[in-house]
Design a protein around this ligand. Structure first.
Ligand code: BG6
Length: 506
């Protein structure tokens, strides 16, 4: 076994003040704080660092600090080094205010001035929008008008925007217009936490740091691509949010399209934010925009109904708290997409994602064209196994290749076998919530793992025909599937009518 290699050494980011809007929310406590702690413990935060939390409700700095300390105990993913935690929390303060009230920004300006003097953060500011999406536009406007996000005298000002970035093409364009009215594109970091996953980033390396894939990465050799994000989670307590959004909006234009664009993009001329993001946006831009009839034919939407998953009794989606009783919101979606360019013409990309499925599994499976069977016609071999390259993102982090091998013994018998590379066999993973890399990259000004305006809009442009076609179709288009199953039969038919099959989810 090889000796494992550890995470590459990186230098601490430069001084800055980290301003969190939505500081009392779940995202701040469950993910941002543990991620900031991991950065602090890993020596990646600067000495000159501070956090200002903004939320509604009077609270002293001490109370806010002790709230965060409790959350850290609860959500940290490894043992806490008290010294590192103490250093991080010592630089925390709190501003009370409504995101749409100009007075909030006056108080924030005063607090920034105080903190920047006291902690010498050099005027560099990272504003993190960890709020519900309705607050993105007002916060952007106020930051612009108050001058708090204006860059001057070498001080940088950056904004991280959480998902969902819009709920359709028009709203995403409107949000881009608003933000770009007050900030430069280079100041805006649109987050998609899938890009914080090492295995997602590795798709780029697998494709472009190895000479063997590129020559066969096209319609001459690839039969089709399957992208699966299967979750066992139900909608749970997110009924109100989810019922208005559904599986397509929640997962496809963002997470599944990150995977699709990394698989489908042309090789960038260099490893930088401009080149990589241009090629990713180019791939999404080439996704064929279907007419309404094709959109209905090439999509399946479904909702889960009650069943047991393991020891748990799952109730109908429609009985979830805060879900409308007659809701037609989909909790599962499968799509067939075509990419209109020379590399991919005629190669279907099948995408599926759903809640309350049999297993948790995120993977990209590239199916290569079948070898001609002719040579084996007069032998006992009756079929060949399929050649899949599988990039498994979670829960296993691995890359597997399936091919045919001779079964030992006299005569000829053939069996499909797997060759698998597991990350854990080669690398020691640093403790991660998935947000560390993204926060650190924003602090050092590297936008490669963030979405640019054109990429976000290209994603929405590709799903908009499905949203439109579904809206205009009768509700009986909605299929059902049992909780704990692999999804609806209709999704199987989407592939079987093309003579193909989904890989099992389990
Ligand atoms: C979020 C969605 O963006 O991603 C959730 O809103 C989903 O509905 C989650 O569960 C999946 O993320 P992960 O990292 O668990 O695959």
């Amino acid at each position: 076994m090889n000796r494992k290699r550890s995470a590459s050494a990186a230098a601490p980011a430069g001084p800055c003040c980290f301003v969190i809007f939505g500081a009392s929310g779940d995202l701040t406590h469950r993910l941002l704080l543990p991620a900031l702690y991991n950065l602090a413990a890993g020596g990646l935060l600067p000495e000159a660092f501070s956090i200002i939390g903004i939320a509604r409700g009077e609270k002293s700095n001490d109370v806010f600090r002790s709230d965060l300390a409790k959350s850290l105990q609860r959500f940290a993913i490894n043992d806490i080094d008290e010294e590192a935690a103490g250093r991080l929390l010592a630089g925390v303060s709190y501003v009370n205010g409504d995101a749409d009230d100009p007075a909030t920004y006056e108080r924030l300006a005063q607090e920034l001035a105080r903190v920047e003097r006291a902690r010498d953060t050099r005027g560099n500011r990272l504003f993190y929008l960890a709020t519900p999406p309705a607050a993105f536009t007002p916060i952007g406007r106020h930051l612009g008008r108050s001058g708090l996000a204006r860059e001057q005298n070498g001080m940088w000002r950056r904004l991280i925007v959480e998902k969902p970035f819009g709920t359709d093409l028009a709203s995403a364009q409107a949000l881009n217009r608003e933000l770009l009215g007050v900030l430069e594109e280079r100041q805006i970091y649109r987050i998609d936490h899938y890009l914080g996953k090492e295995t997602v980033q590795n798709i780029l390396v697998l494709r472009f740091a190895n000479g063997l894939f590129e020559p066969i990465w096209n319609r001459d050799h690839i039969d089709h691509v399957q992208i699966t994000v299967a979750e066992t989670l139900t909608v749970g307590r997110r009924g109100r949010f989810y019922d208005a959004i559904g599986a397509l909006r929640d997962m496809v234009p963002n997470h599944l399209f990150q995977l699709l664009s990394l698989v489908a993009m042309e090789p960038p001329s260099r490893f930088d934010a401009r080149a990589v993001r241009s090629e990713k946006a180019g791939a999404l831009d080439a996704v064929h925009v279907p007419d309404a009839a094709t959109a209905l034919r090439d999509s399946v939407r479904a909702q889960y109904v009650a069943a047991r998953i393991g020891d748990n009794e799952v109730e109908d989606y429609r009985k979830t708290a805060d879900v409308r009783p007659g809701s037609t919101t989909e909790t599962y979606v499968a799509l067939k997409l075509m990419i209109d360019n020379w590399r991919w013409a005629g190669v279907p990309f099948y995408l599926r994602t759903g809640k309350a499925l049999k297993s948790r599994r995120t993977e990209v499976a590239v199916k290569f064209k079948q070898a001609p069977f002719a040579m084996f016609r007069d032998t006992p071999v009756d079929r060949l196994a399929q050649n899949f390259l599988i990039m498994s993102i979670q829960p296993e982090e691995c890359i597997g290749l399936q091919f045919n091998a001779k079964v030992p013994g006299p005569g000829i018998a053939i069996s499909g076998v797997d060759m698998t590379f597991k990350y854990e066999d080669y690398f020691d993973a640093a403790p991660s919530t998935g947000y560390e890399t993204l926060i650190y990259d924003c602090m050092i000004g590297d936008a490669i793992l963030f979405q640019r305006a054109d990429g976000v809009e290209a994603g929405w442009r590709a799903v908009q025909p499905f949203l439109d076609a579904w809206r205009n179709a009768a509700s009986n288009e909605l299929a059902i599937y049992r909780a704990g199953s692999e999804g609806p039969e209709e999704a199987d038919q989407l592939l079987s009518r093309d003579g193909r099959r989904w890989r099992p989810i389990a």
